[in-house]
Design a protein. Structure first.
Length: 173
């Protein structure tokens, strides 16, 4: 039996070439490095938290991990005071116009989670991110409240660069 990839019959040649390019094109080396780092560093950090929580707080390591990642990404500013510019910049690449093949399920969640732009809090912190973008990202992050801490932690871990992951692990050891 031949296990090679086969395209459905009746597709136009242009569509076939486009689909086939995803299977037969090598991925950029930076992406492959990031994927390898994601897998290995996630295992390291999960083990650190598993040991830290011990048997007394079994299964709570993911809750602690996501809490610490959010604090780290938000420059140790409590998220109840809002997110920092750098935190928002991490998520800008996930704006709808930057995502190929936007998922309709996510789109429906976003419609229920989206709120009008909120003015910046009074105080010394000033945003450089436009209000609509901030509110859109806030709505995107609100969707994560519906998933488990384990999956949320994996999403936040994926947003981080390999350098950020290494720095985070160094602060935890």
């Amino acid at each position: 039996m031949d296990n090679s990839f086969r395209l459905p019959l009746g597709l136009p040649d242009l569509v076939k070439a486009h689909i086939a390019s995803f299977y037969w094109s090598p991925q950029p080396p930076e992406l492959m490095r990031d994927i390898r780092d994601y897998v290995s560093s996630l295992e390291v950090v999960t083990n650190i938290y598993r040991v830290r929580c011990g048997d007394e707080y079994k299964d709570a390591e993911h809750d602690w991990l996501i809490n610490d990642i959010q604090g780290f990404l938000n420059e140790d500013l409590a998220t109840m005071y809002g997110y920092t510019n750098n935190f928002y910049k991490l998520w800008e690449k996930y704006l709808k116009e930057n995502i190929w093949g936007w998922n309709s399920v996510v789109s429906k969640l976003m419609k229920t989670a989206w709120r009008p732009p909120v003015p910046p809090p009074n105080g010394p912190y000033r945003y450089t991110i436009p209000p609509f973008t901030r509110s859109y990202i806030d709505a995107y992050l609100t969707c994560f409240e519906k998933i488990s801490a384990k999956i949320e932690g994996r999403i936040f871990w994926a947003v981080m660069s390999p350098e950020m992951r290494t720095l985070f692990i160094a602060t935890q050891e």
